[in-house]
Design a protein around this ligand. Structure first.
Ligand code: NMX
Ligand code: MLT
Length: 448
């Protein structure tokens, strides 16, 4: 989008100057003390990365440039539904907010959606992968990651680097590749669905629909529903895509894209790497795991299961050394506001609110939280966003649980790619933290 790029052209030098001042005048100022618990405990709480798009508060949840989810939902431009009614906030509006820190106008968002649509078509080499080139039995996340990596074939960023473009200009190419990737992600996801399950309209049709006009989500919603207009589905998907756009920089996918991008790998390679992390069951794959878990529980206990039956089922899971998917978080210590936003959306939909799996997820909260509290290990016994998303998507006909993380992967590109542009714009260096061995840690505490 030319308008978004032009705004970044104004904003990047301002922030780069602030960063230079901070580095020069306060470079040796300590941010915090690093403890052994952090070094051996997954770096929890360690402040070690610059990330602009959003910040996560343990109790309040995510804020995008200071705005919480309710404020975003209120202030960001919204979709217009086919029946003329106002829909939910648009994920492309969220992209603008994440990238610039500013609320876009409706015209700016429409312009951005138009620019994305113009680049929606996939190159033949990517289509080949998604039209039988990759085995249908390959996990959809692996297919997504491979298809995204394949776009590196035409990376403007990689070409610019090879030509020796000045480092200060590289953000412009990172931006160009990022918009290209965001434009093509819906068609890729539609292609993955068709290749894996033989369902939906596939990549070519999804890209064609995008070029007919409209917002970024509508073609994907249609491609996943096989062309059927399902009331509420496009809005559900828009909300999902906006909510999952960014979750500060320390989560596995964001951190991965940041790390790989810091070696000046192009945005396609950086984001493909991020998707491989998102495919882990403790991270994005939890969305898939939750639905399988809830369905299995529903089948095992029956529709009339009592709270005691469910409690017993949860204890069996915990006692067998497994986790309850969709509960817990590395940072959050309260119910994830993204969970609450999806629950609110579902409760206001006459059909979704009466869906048995949606209801079971709602009911589970009151049972799982006290069980986890009694179990005594989990720092956050409350539901995270993955608890809710699959139950919503299956209701609208997307029943294949492995696709949920693919949809997550479409969304998370908003935050990861935005930060990639800023990282190059701010000239951030290669990430290379120091590691230490157990011996060094033990020697360090001798006599302490
Ligand atoms: N069920 C059972 N045990 C749990 C759970 C859970 N939902 N969450 C944490 N624990 C355990 C955890 O395995 C650990 O056990 P041990 O000491 O034996 O290793 C202990 O509680 C302490 O872990 P925490 O400090 O609470 O959590 P941590 O920050 O290490 O991990 C998660 C965070 C999200 C990985 C963890 O809560 C989890 O595995 N949850 C289930 C999977 C999930 O829902 N992931 C999705 C996260 C959101 N996302 O979209 O990425
Ligand atoms: C995310 O959205 O990335 C997850 O909630 C995980 C995290 O923030 O660590």
């Amino acid at each position: 989008s030319q308008a978004l790029r032009a705004r970044l052209e104004e904003l990047i030098p301002q922030k780069a100057a602030r960063l230079q001042t901070l580095k020069k005048e306060y470079g040796s100022h300590p941010v915090q003390t690093t403890t052994i618990a952090q070094v051996v405990g997954g770096m929890r709480g360690m402040k070690a990365m610059l990330w602009e798009g959003s910040e996560l508060d343990a109790n309040e949840g995510i804020r995008f440039h200071g705005l919480n989810l309710e404020e975003c939902a209120e202030k960001l431009p919204k979709a217009r539904n086919v029946d003329g009614s106002e829909g939910v906030m648009l994920p492309e509006a969220m992209l603008w907010l994440i990238m610039t820190g500013e609320i876009p106008t409706t015209e700016q968002v429409e312009g951005l959606a138009k620019d994305l649509a113009a680049q929606a078509a996939l190159p033949e080499y990517t289509l080949k992968l998604l039209e039988g080139g990759l085995p249908s039995s390959l996990h959809p996340m692996t297919q997504l990651s491979i298809a995204v990596a394949s776009l590196n074939h035409d990376s403007k960023f990689a070409q610019a680097y090879e030509k020796g473009v000045n480092k200060k200009e590289l953000w412009k190419y990172a931006y160009e590749d990022s918009i290209t990737l965001l434009a093509k992600l819906p068609a890729i996801a539609a292609g993955v669905y068709k290749n894996a399950y033989g369902k939906g309209l596939g990549a070519r049709k999804c890209a064609e629909l995008a070029q007919e006009g409209g917002d970024w989500t509508q073609p994907l919603a249609l491609a996943l529903s096989g062309g059927e207009e399902r009331k509420g589905w496009a809005d559900c998907l828009r909300l999902y895509l906006a909510l999952h756009g960014d979750h500060e920089g320390g989560n596995v996918s964001a951190h991965t894209s940041h790390l790989v991008g810091s070696a000046l790998a192009d945005p396609f390679l950086s984001y493909s790497a991020a998707l491989n992390g998102l495919a882990g069951p403790l991270h994005g794959l939890a969305a898939q795991e939750v639905l399988t878990f809830v369905k299995t529980m529903h089948d095992a206990l029956g529709a009339d299961a009592s709270d005691t039956d469910i409690e017993g089922y949860l204890w069996d899971v915990l006692n067998s050394g497994r986790v309850i998917p969709g509960y817990g978080h590395g940072v959050l210590r309260k119910t994830d506001p993204r969970f609450t936003a999806l629950a609110k959306f579902g409760s206001s939909s006459p059909t979704l609110s009466s869906d048995p799996l949606f209801r079971l997820v709602q009911r589970l909260q009151a049972i799982a939280t006290p069980v986890l509290q009694k179990h005594g290990k989990t720092a956050n016994p409350f539901p995270n966003v993955d608890s809710q998303s699959g139950a919503c998507m299956q209701h609208f006909g997307l029943e294949e649980a492995p696709m949920y993380t693919v949809v997550f992967g479409v969304s998370r590109a908003l935050g990861c790619l935005s930060q990639g542009v800023w990282s190059r714009g701010l000239g951030l260096p290669i990430e290379r933290p120091k590691s230490v061995s157990l011996r060094v840690l033990e020697e360090g505490v001798k006599g302490a």
